[in-house]
Design a protein around this ligand. Structure first.
Ligand SMILES: NC(=O)C1=CN([C@@H]2O[C@H](COP(=O)(O)OP(=O)(O)OC[C@H]3O[C@@H](n4cnc5c(N)ncnc54)[C@H](OP(=O)(O)O)[C@@H]3O)[C@@H](O)[C@H]2O)C=CC1
Ligand SMILES: Cc1cn([C@H]2C[C@H](O)[C@@H](COP(=O)(O)OP(=O)(O)O[C@H]3O[C@@H](C)C(=O)[C@@H](O)[C@H]3O)O2)c(=O)[nH]c1=O
Ligand SMILES: [Mg+2]
Length: 304
């Protein structure tokens, strides 16, 4: 099977790359080789390579900056998934795509299911929702995994920020009124692979994944289990890494200056993923331990 992976240098893309190799031949052009906002270049690339599967881990993820850079956010998060969908539709390939808890406004009680109504609070969330709709309306066989609060040892993310601030500062203020599931990029990659394994299990044929997808297309919530606040997540990080000595102080969201509101409830119900594919990701607390076990020296985040 030929696979095209986008966003290979991002959190999810870098976790996926080594794992996807077990499914086939992986091409993963970085930005320098393929600028994903260049629709003609993308079309030429896909038409030449004809990937059986495109795993789209590329995105515009700067939530605050998106308010000023609406066109850039929509190009990556909305137009690209739709384009990839129509290109794959042309010749019979499939798409796996990622989306976010920020498609919701957070006013719902309890965890959101895939059937709940979306109502994004900002440009990033609106662009991601438009991407979901564009990909689905292209008619391609596709899976969309909505995840939340992604972190890992690579790239810009909350864990790395806190490991750095925890060593540099005497105290840090962290919001304690937003609830969600911090999700390790490694868990997302493993969950994606587990789903692919169920789709490909019947045959070794190159198009077995596309065939296996029939009747299972659509949106799935895929996060680590349980829920916490950013404040308690930070406290747990510092418990696991006592080199982070900063005092952690809880604050309401309103005290953290930002141009765009975040949902107070980001919890995503993963039942559909379990029922359709038999896949469930570990608890957020277990995944955090697994992630930090891969970081021998916490001072590394100060220099890299
Ligand atoms: N981060 C989070 O907290 C969450 C993320 N998600 C979703 O998960 C998915 C993966 O996110 P994550 O891994 O965190 O994202 P990252 O921001 O870590 O990575 C995004 C990748 O996209 C690439 N990219 C951006 N613009 C272009 C372009 N014009 N041409 C080529 N490549 C480009 C970046 O390249 P470069 O390295 O060169 O900048 C980067 O490798 C996304 O769909 C995101 O919306 C969902 C919920 C939470
Ligand atoms: C750095 C910092 C953040 N915070 C708050 C701000 C915010 O509400 C929360 C998390 O900070 P972030 O900068 O990671 O927030 P944000 O960039 O909004 O994170 C989001 O990114 C996008 C891409 C997603 O899809 C979401 O799932 C989510 O992960 O913690 C503090 O309270 N204190 C701090 O020192
Ligand atoms: Mg951010």
């Amino acid at each position: 099977m030929r696979i095209l992976l986008t966003g290979v240098n991002g959190q999810v893309g870098s976790a996926l790359k080594p794992l996807l190799r077990s499914l086939g031949t992986v091409q993963a052009p970085p930005r320098e080789e393929l600028d994903l906002v260049d629709a003609r270049a993308v079309a030429a690339w896909v038409r030449q390579y004809r990937p059986h599967l495109i795993v789209n881990a590329a995105a515009y993820t700067a939530v605050d900056r998106a308010e000023q850079e609406q066109a850039a956010a929509f190009a990556l998060n909305a137009q690209l998934p739709e384009l990839l969908g129509s290109l794959q539709r042309e010749w019979g390939g499939a798409v796996i795509h990622y989306s976010t808890d920020y498609v919701f406004d957070g006013t719902h009680e309890g965890a959101y299911t895939e059937k709940d109504i979306t109502a994004p609070l900002g440009v990033y969330g609106r662009s991601k929702r438009a991407g979901e709709e564009g990909l689905m309306s292209s008619g391609v066989p596709a899976l969309i995994f909505r995840t939340s609060w992604v972190y890992g040892l690579h790239g810009r993310n909350f864990l790395r920020t806190m490991l750095r601030l925890g060593q540099e500062r005497a105290e840090i203020q962290v919001v304690n009124d937003q609830w969600g599931a911090p999700t390790w990029a490694g868990s997302i990659a493993q969950g994606t692979m587990a789903v692919c394994a169920t789709l490909c299990s019947s045959a070794q044929a190159e198009n077995s994944l596309v065939d296996g997808l029939t009747g299972k297309e659509g949106i799935y919530h895929l996060t680590n289990g349980g829920a916490t606040t950013w404040y308690d997540f930070t406290r747990r990080i510092f418990e696991l890494r006592p080199e982070c000595r900063a005092l952690v102080l809880p604050i309401p969201s309103g005290d953290y200056p930002s141009p765009v509101r975040r949902p107070v409830n980001s919890r995503l119900d993963n039942t559909k993923l379990k029922e359709v594919f038999g896949v469930r990701l570990p608890l957020w607390s277990e995944a955090l331990e697994d992630c930090l076990a891969e970081l021998p020296d916490v001072q590394e985040v100060l220099t890299s």
